[in-house]
Design a protein around this ligand. Structure first.
Ligand code: CO
Length: 180
């Protein structure tokens, strides 16, 4: 188990569509490292490409914010098959330190995924879990929160994005809720 380095905005791996997981036998050390890294960074979600791994896999733990029946989630080859409603929520991103943006997303989703054993599930989700899933699914498709806001809002953080892409900002100075 090890804490890996978080990849930041500007790195090409965060702009590509990640490869589907086909071999489920060799995932356990990657998943352990992802949890170590996410907890070290006080995140509530992490996609594999955020630690530089080109695979369609992400983890979520929102148990610090909301009570849930399962506290940790591992989602592989996930796909949102239906969505409805809308909500606004302020999101932060481990790959864009200290930038926080109000993002509009569907409130309800139907989500199809495989677990770490390759078993397929389809579930209806809403609230924080649905939001966190949509943030991570975006990562695995090369999409950031800054792509989900208006041009004007994106312009307001353009300087921060430049600094991050140049490697001048690598770690969040603040610890705020809902960073993933
Ligand atoms: Co993020």
């Amino acid at each position: 188990m090890a804490v890996r380095e978080i990849v930041h905005y500007g790195d090409p791996i965060l702009r590509k569509v990640c490869k589907p997981v086909k071999d489920f036998k060799k995932l356990s050390s990657l998943i352990d490292d992802m949890f170590d890294t996410m907890y070290e960074e006080s995140g509530i979600g992490l996609a594999a490409n955020q630690i530089g791994v080109d695979l369609n896999l992400f983890i979520i733990d929102i148990s610090g914010i909301e009570e849930e029946t399962e506290s940790v989630h591992i989602f592989i080859n996930g796909e949102i098959t239906e969505s409805s409603g809308e909500s606004w929520f302020e999101e932060g991103c481990l790959s864009i330190p200290d930038v926080r943006l109000e993002v509009k997303r569907p409130e309800f989703i139907q989500f199809k995924y495989q677990d770490e054993n390759g078993i397929e599930h389809i579930e209806e989700m809403h609230g924080l879990l649905a939001r966190a899933i949509q943030h991570e699914i975006d990562h695995l498709k090369g999409v950031f929160i800054v792509d989900r806001v208006t041009k004007t809002v994106k312009m307001s953080v353009e300087n921060d994005l430049k600094m991050i892409a140049q490697g001048a900002v690598t770690r969040s100075k603040t610890r705020k809720a809902f960073v993933l």
